[in-house]
Design a protein around this ligand. Structure first.
Ligand SMILES: Nc1ncnc2c1ncn2[C@@H]1O[C@H](COP(=O)(O)OP(=O)(O)O)[C@@H](O)[C@H]1O
Ligand SMILES: [Mg+2]
Length: 229
């Protein structure tokens, strides 16, 4: 399923966070939004994921104009096609890892064997094997993000949205997550990533550098140097 944004403008408190931005995400491809903090990466990700309305331009999802889809149609898109890997977003802290991976596909009478096997293999892929029963509230930030990845895999989402998916991970897990996102694209997902991780950017098929940051703060010569994640 491809997602296309044309001439997007988003204005927040009088300033244009995005102005005339166009982008096309296609199945089988990893696409990275890059640029310094505050340049609008997360905002553009939210626009493509239909989580934020635009002040100008159009968003097309699978060839359809989704710019003004109502809540019902957007919810259908989120449930049937999309997976979001955002920090502090979309996980239910008081539920188990397993529940969160299966979320929205959880059968009313509980998990059957087939689901359990799928969940275990997804957790295995993201380095969380044997953790299915743990409460999400007890996990670290990086582990929570990987629960989000496992969910994306379990759901075989057509589009994966990942906001700084390698932030707060050590090198081994950054490599694991990078490989995971590439493999999801290889099975046919459109993978859209906001990141300032240089290694992840290099691993992506396409990168889109967003315009100059709208927040006035000193710039580092190399943006990657400023972040310890
Ligand atoms: N809800 C909001 N209220 C006020 N300003 C916002 C909001 N969301 C984003 N912004 C501003 O929009 C700009 C882009 O933000 P964001 O998309 O989060 O950038 P990035 O992800 O590249 O760091 C920033 O200046 C940010 O402060
Ligand atoms: Mg951001």
């Amino acid at each position: 399923m491809d997602i296309k944004a044309e001439n997007i403008t988003v204005t927040i408190e009088g300033k244009d966070v995005l102005k005339g931005q166009s982008v096309h995400a296609t199945p089988g491809e990893t696409l990275a939004f890059v640029g310094p903090s505050g340049c609008g990466k997360t905002t553009l990700l939210n626009v493509l994921g239909l989580l934020r309305r635009v002040d100008g331009g159009q968003v097309h999802v699978g060839g359809r104009d989704a710019t003004r889809w109502d809540d019902r149609r957007r919810r259908r898109f989120w449930q049937q096609h999309a997976a979001f890997v955002f920090q502090d977003y979309g996980l239910i802290d008081e539920e188990s890892v397993e529940y969160n991976v299966a979320l929205s596909q959880m059968p009313i009478f509980g998990l059957v064997k087939r689901h359990r096997a799928g969940i275990e293999s997804a957790l295995d892929r993201v380095g969380l094997v044997g953790r299915a029963g743990e409460k999400v509230s007890t996990l670290s930030g990086g582990e929570k993000q990987r629960v989000g990845l496992a969910r994306a895999m379990f759901r075989s989402a057509d589009v994966i949205f990942a906001d700084e998916p390698t932030a707060s991970l050590d090198l081994d897990n950054r490599n694991l997550v990078t490989l995971f996102l590439q493999e999801e694209a290889a099975r046919g997902a459109a993978v859209i990533i906001a990141t300032h991780d240089e290694a992840l950017i290099k691993a992506c098929d396409v990168s889109l550098r967003l315009g100059s940051a709208v927040v006035a703060k000193p710039r580092l010569a190399n943006p990657a140097e400023g972040y310890s994640d």
